[in-house]
Write a protein that binds this ligand. Sequence first.
Ligand code: SAH
Length: 397
Amino acid sequence: MQALPVAHTTPSARAVTSQWSTAPRRASAVTCRVTGSEQHSVSHMERSSKRSSDRVPFAAVTPTARAGPVLLGTEVPTPLVAAVALGGAALGLRAIKKVFDTPSRTYDGQNVGKEYDAWTREGILEHYWGEHIHLGYYTEEEQAAGYKKKDFIQAKHDFVDRMIQFAGVSNPGSILDVGCGIGGTTRMLASRFPGAKVAGITLSPNQVARGTALAAEKGLANCEFKVMDALKMDYPDNSFDVVWACESGEHMPDKGAYVREMVRVLKPGGTLVIATWCQREVTPANPFTASDKERLQFLYDEWAHPYFISKEEYGRLVQGTGVMEAAHLEDWAKYTLPSWRHSIWVGVYDPWIVVSKPHLWYKCARDGVTLERFHRAFVDGLVQYGMIRAVKKKAAA
Ligand code: SAH
C-alpha cells in the first residue's frame, strides 16, 4: 500500500490544528495541481473532514505546500526548493562581497587629483565633512559620554587646534599647508594666525577653485591656493616658518621625497608637522599576516593610496634628512577613532543628499564599507594615526 504523506496521516497533528484553524475549505482546488498520491491523500483528508465539520483543518492545505512546486511536470520537493533558494542567496551575497572586496579606485600615479576633483564636484564629502577632509578629535571624556553627542564638524576644528598645540608654534610669519583639500585647515590657520601668509597646495584644480571661493566668502586675504605637486614644489629653499601636512602623506608615492621636499622649503628654526595614517611598524617578532596584508591592500587601493609607512619610518625619514632635530612621534588613533563610525552615522541621520543622487549610491555604499574597514583596522592596531613633528636646525641655513 502506498504510504500517505505524513501531515495527512498524523492524527495528532490534525487534531491540534483543527482546533485552531478556521481556514475555509479549498484543499481540493489546491490538489488540482499536484500528483496522484497527493490527490489520494487529500481525498482521504476530505473524507475525514466530512466526518467532523465543514471547515478544513489548516493542516489539510499544508501537504500541498510541503510537496513543493511542479517543474516541467515533475514535483520538486520543498527542501530542494529551499536549498536552491538558499544556495542562490549565498551565491548572490558572495558576488556582492566580492564586488565590495575588490578595490575600485586603485592608485595609478595620476588619479589622486581626479578623485578629489570628483569628490569636490559631487559635493557629498563637503556636505558631511564640511571644509575639512581629515579626522576629528574626541577627548576621552567626550568618548565616555558618547562620541555621537559631539558635533562632527567641531571634532575636525578641535583636531586642528590640537595639531597646532602639538606643533608648538605660536607666531609664524608663513605657513605651507601641503595637501590642503578645499582648504578648511588652511583658512583656519589663516584665521588663527592673522599675521601669517598661508599657502595651500593640492593636486586638484577643483579644490583650488573651491578653497579660493571659500576664502573670498570669509574675507580672508592672507591665504592662497595652488595646484602643485608636493614632491616637486615650486617654492625656493627655506621659504616657510611652518610646513603643515594633514592626511596627505597617505597619497604620496615616495614618502622619502615627500619629507625631503617639505624639509627643503622649511626655514631653519621652522617646524614641520605631519598628521597621517600609518601602517603599524613591522618587526621580525611581529610581521604582517597574510590577512593583515590583504586588509591593508584594500585600504590602500580603495582610496587611491599607493601605500602607508609606519610613524617610526616617518621619524627615520625626518632624521635621515640630517637637518632636523627634536623629532617627536605620537599615535592619535585613540583620539581620532570615533571619526570613522561618526562619518557613517552622519550619513544615516541625514541621507537626503545621497538619496537625491542615485548615480552616487554605489560609490557612497563603497565609501561606507571602507569607513568601517578603516575603523576596524585602527581598532586592531593594524593602522595607526601618526603625528610627527620636528624642527629644522638653525645651522641648516
Ligand atoms: N589637509 C586637508 C585635506 C587632506 S585630503 C584638510 O585638512 O582638509 C588629501 C589632500 O592631499 C588632497 O587635497 C590631495 O589633492 C592632496 N595631495 C595628495 N597628493 C598630493 C601631492 N602629490 N601633491 C600635492 N597635494 C597632494
